[in-house]
Design a protein around this ligand. Sequence first.
Ligand code: PMP
Ligand code: GLN
Length: 425
Amino acid sequence: MSRPVQARRLEGIDKNIWVEFVKLAATYSKVNLGQGFPDFPPPDFLKEAFERALSKEKYMLHQYTRVFGHPPLVNILAQLFGKLLGRDLDPLTNVMVTVGAYQALFCCFQAFVDEGDEVIIIEPFFDCYQPMVKMAGGTPVFVPLRPKPSKDKKLMSSADWQLDPAELASKFSKRTKAIVLNSPNNPLGKVFSRGELELIAELCVKHDALCISDEVYEWLVYDGKEHVRIASLQGMWDRTVIIGSAGKTFSATGWKVGWTVGPDQLLQHIRTVHQNSVYHCATIAQEAVGQSFQRELELYGKPESYFVQLAKELQQKRDWLVQSLDAVGMKPIIPEGTYFLVADISEFKSDVPDVPNSKEPYDYRFAKWMVKNKGIAAIPLSAFYCEAHKNNYNHFVRFCFAKEEATLKAANDILQKWKQEKTSP
Ligand code: PMP
Ligand code: GLN
């Protein structure tokens, strides 16, 4: 063809960190702590629910179900989120099921963002927000969480990364259509405090902006921290869409079942995008996720609850990885939530060969060198920043610790050996 094939909306978004680093991990890694997925099995009750859904008499579960969500799943989601938010939810209008949280995000941007609209994104951010805003014709406006090191603590916590209130306020204007909030945050593991959320809420109300609240790690919160739902704060229910993921909730990322929860006046537009694009999500997976939520609702807050158990197990894994990294001088930032951990790799510069005139940030070069030479896969942190800010945050990598004890031990062995090689002449 002599005319351009590619639509203009795809300009500049052809590269994708997951495509690149999943391939590198598959080729070189012995221990994959890169892309975020558990390498331990999902809970038995989830698998059993899927098997029951496959039984002979349930053959209709092989067919289409309701376009906006399988009835048993939207019913239980409405009950659970109704309880969490302290309000009555209508399963037919306040909940919609999507193909993973990815599709929920895509639907939000397509539904709400027009040419000329600005969308505020807090850095570091889950990478897809930026291309999705652009594809919708909007302009992303970035505001970073700023690290505030404290002298009395040996290691930083994700809580030490904070928004500057004046800087955040300065990003809002009449062009602001929405802010994307991701708490607990991927990649830092920051769990926004009630005070931080109240500030964001106040600005949303003042500037009549929407809040797209990506809460896929809502159950992965440690050390007794509270996950506050911004939709429960004053003036926020009417302007917030909550996004969730069964992949993260039930340690089954390949299932790709997600959802949106919010007021009908917002969800109606999300339904318009969904019915004209994906239309429908896999029925059997929705059925099994619905049954698993039923179990969790019955066990809510009890020690047998998977949500309680998973967080407990992950907290222990987090602590193991923190120790391993700290011991070799890769300063970990202790995450309050999620199954990710960011570590400072400044002191490893001498290990990674300099590439003259390389435009690649140091963290990319480090992560590529590490997977090829040490066999550990991780993700460079600057992948979670806009182009203009990448160079300010190019000395960190993100590790995923949702891994079997044996995997974390293998990582520890490699790190210890590496340290010995560094210290012995
Ligand atoms: N949001 C965040 C913050 C994520 O880390 C991910 C990756 N799981 C998603 C959304 C997408 O979730 P899903 O796999 O359910 O599409
Ligand atoms: N959310 C996961 C992560 O951050 C997976 C992302 C992906 O595979 N696109 O690692």
